[in-house]
Design a protein around this ligand. Structure first.
Ligand SMILES: [Zn+2]
Length: 117
C-alpha cells in the first residue's frame, strides 16, 4: 500500500516504519540505542506493505548495516545522526555502510528486474 502525500506531491509516502533490526542481549552494552530481540537471535523486519525495491533497500539497510556491524562487534546504532536529533555524534562507519548497501541493493534489484523482461 502506498499513500500519495498531498504535502509531498512528487513523493510516495509509506505508512509506518520501513524496517527494524532487533539484537540479542548484550547488544545494549555496545550502544544504548538498540532494540532487544526476544529470542536471542538477530532479527530483521521489513515492512511488507512497501514496494519491492524499497523492501530490498530496507533489507540492505537493516541486514548489511545494523546486523552486520553488530556481528563485527562494532556500534550498530545510528546514535545521534545529524538531522535526526540536531547533534553531531553520528556513527559515520554505519552511515557510510548503510548508504553503500542501500545503493547496491537498489542497483541489484533494478538489474534483476531488467533481466526478467
Ligand atoms: Zn537504520
Amino acid at each position: 500500500m502506498k499513500l500519495e502525500g498531498s504535502m509531498y506531491p512528487n513523493k510516495t509516502i509509506y505508512p509506518g516504519f520501513l524496517g527494524q533490526t532487533v539484537l540479542p542481549e548484550g547488544a545494549d552494552q555496545i550502544s544504548s540505542d538498540i532494540r532487544k530481540s526476544t529470542n536471542g537471535n538477530v532479527q530483521v523486519y521489513v515492512n511488507p506493505l512497501i514496494d519491492q525495491e524499497q523492501q530490498v533497500s530496507t533489507f540492505s539497510h537493516e541486514a548489511y548495516g545494523h546486523a552486520l556491524l553488530f556481528l563485527r562487534k562494532e556500534d550498530p546504532s545510528h546514535r545521534d545522526t545529524p538531522g535526526r536529533t540536531g547533534t553531531d555524534k553520528s556513527n559515520d562507519p554505519l552511515e557510510k555502510q548503510i548508504k553503500a548497501r542501500e545503493k547496491e541493493g537498489k542497483r541489484n534489484y533494478r538489474k534483476h528486474e531488467r533481466l526478467k523482461k
